[in-house]
Design a protein around this ligand. Structure first.
Ligand code: ADP
Length: 166
């Protein structure tokens, strides 16, 4: 069984993430979605809320697991027996940080490789950050995030409700 780990902030999960997970399942037997905290980002959702949102978004696919981790990603990878890290690439500007992360993870754990999947052009501009900013200002993000994420965003930003019904 070839297990890949898909780590991220998922604050919230978007259809861009879902697309990467779907593509990952074409290559790997099992995808573990691992919610971590990115110290460079301010979170809207708690880890528990993210796990619930992701579980509801991927429904009960037996080839997908959802978990969280703290500390070094490579320690978590060794614990769950994954052989690779999955990451998504959108624009060239993603590449620099992703390359640094991939090389640092390999330095920490020589056995590990990072697999990059190119996003679909429909999700090229979709990031959790732009979703949060749009929703906070009352703009519609319908169609850009899975339905459970939309519902949980509306709970955080009730001013979205009117726009979502348009
Ligand atoms: P992080 O804070 O670790 O970057 P994110 O949740 O923002 O966590 O992203 C997790 C991974 O998913 C990253 O590799 C990111 O590039 C990728 N990703 C995010 N949004 C998209 C998207 N729209 N299409 C493809 N990949 C994406």
């Amino acid at each position: 069984m070839i297990i890949v780990l898909y780590p991220g902030s998922f604050d919230p999960i978007t259809n861009g993430h879902i697309d990467i997970i779907r593509r990952g399942l074409c290559v790997f037997d099992r995808v573990i979605i691992a919610v971590g905290h990115n110290p460079l980002k301010v979170d809207l959702f708690t880890t528990e809320e993210k796990i619930e949102m992701i579980r509801r978004s991927v429904e009960s696919n037996p080839r997908i697991a959802v978990d969280s981790f703290e500390g070094l990603l490579v320690d978590y990878i060794k614990k769950v027996g994954a052989c690779a890290i999955l990451r998504g690439l959108r624009v060239i500007s993603d590449f620099e940080l992703e390359m640094q992360l991939a090389l640092m993870n390999r330095r920490l754990y020589e056995e590990i490789d990072t697999f990059f999947l190119m996003t679909d052009y429909n999700h090229l501009f979709v990031s959790s950050t732009i979703i949060k900013a749009t929703a906070a200002a009352g703009g519609s993000v319908k169609g850009l995030v899975p339905q459970p994420a939309l519902e949980m965003l509306i709970e955080k930003f009730p001013q979205m409700i009117k726009k979502q019904q348009l």
